[in-house]
Design a protein around this ligand. Structure first.
Ligand code: F6P
Length: 332
């Protein structure tokens, strides 16, 4: 049953796992990996809890029927973890021993930056080929326009902002709404544009407290009776609660704070995330059969592409400057 690619290495058994923060659409990606592999007569093992399960040898065989009825489910059927043990040489040795015990030829890792950093170090040490599938709501990976889960998270955040606008409007209030994104502002930018926010704070733009207060004053002058400011959790001034407090000290405004938090990580994946996950999961398997290794499969110009894992983790992806400008203009 072995598959030979480029006459160099044989792929018979693949391990697939999810790691880091979960993201809606991870299940759709697992399903695509398992079914594409089955089509090519490869054996797939699902590893529970990411690198933690790899260290503990928590592997189970996945066949096509095992991934039925999961495409619409949020979270990850394989569970996930942020593994401290995998950061140690002993942990990685134990993980390698598990892969040997299950005769795994290659791994498909679904996750974000931390997941791929682990994969890079590990494959360098032990020579196991990896393909990464970008699964994170943050959309912060170089080499792909979209990561799995981002679209659903933005839809969730916009739905929340729509509701907050109703109450902000009724009370003429200023709301600071904090969204996730770790050190990047992709979720915040899309939420601000799609949610019609009055202002935006993201890590990629240096906005001072004074700049923010000027914008809020200007909105008031323009007879805006209520306003929503979208705050990316990683922005440089601070969290929404801190910013609200600082603004309050300078302004007699009726201010409230909403932190959307982990709601953004759950829920049924959007159509865009299901399609993306299916395309990337499919291509991850066929990529392995084509001899690709230590690359991340992603979407560029709406085409599936491969980027070296080392670039995906080290190069910075920044939001489009023109989109940022547009968000400012449309907020006036
Ligand atoms: O990377 C996804 C993410 O949701 C970030 O946006 C956020 O900063 C972080 O994970 C939260 O992590 P945890 O669920 O471990 O608190």
């Amino acid at each position: 049953m072995s598959k030979e690619n480029n006459g160099e290495r044989k792929i018979n058994r693949i391990a697939v796992f999810t790691s880091g923060g979960d993201a809606p659409g991870m299940n759709a990606a697992i399903r695509a990996v398992v079914r594409t592999a089955a089509f090519h007569d490869l054996h797939v093992y699902g590893v529970a809890r990411g690198y933690e399960g790899m260290i503990d040898g928590d592997f189970s065989r996945l066949e096509s029927r095992d991934v039925a009825n999961i495409i619409q489910r949020g979270g990850t059927i394989l569970k996930t973890a942020r593994s401290q043990r995998f950061m140690t040489p002993e942990g990685r040795k134990a993980a390698y021993d598990s892969l040997l015990a299950f005769e795994i030829d290659a791994c498909i890792a679904i996750g974000g930056n931390g997941t791929f950093t682990g994969a890079s170090v590990f494959s360098k040490e032990y020579g196991i080929p990896f393909i990464g599938i970008p699964g994170t709501i943050d959309n912060d990976l170089y080499g792909t326009e979209l990561t799995i889960g981002f679209d659903t998270a933005v839809n969730t955040a916009i739905e929340a902002v729509d509701k907050i606008r109703d109450t902000a409007d009724s009370h003429n209030r200023l709301f600071f709404v904090e969204v996730m994104g770790r050190n990047s502002g992709f979720i915040a930018l899309s939420t601000a544009i799609g949610g019609g926010a009055g202002s935006l704070l993201i890590p990629e733009v240096d906005t001072s407290l004074e700049d923010l207060i000027d914008t809020i004053r200007l909105s008031a002058k323009r007879k805006k009776l209520f306003s929503v400011v979208i705050v990316a959790e990683g922005n440089k001034i601070g969290g929404a609660a801190t910013i609200a407090q600082k603004v309050k000290e300078q302004f007699d405004y009726d201010i409230r704070v909403a932190i959307i938090g982990h709601l953004q990580r759950g829920g049924s994946p959007s159509a865009i995330d299901r399609l993306l996950a299916s395309r990337l999961g499919y291509r991850a398997v066929t990529g392995l059969l084509d001899g690709k290794e230590n690359v991340m499969v992603g979407l560029q110009d709406n085409k599936v592409s491969f980027t070296p894992l080392k670039d995906a983790i080290s190069k910075e992806k920044k939001p489009d400057q023109d989109l940022i400008k547009m968000a400012e203009i449309l907020a006036t």
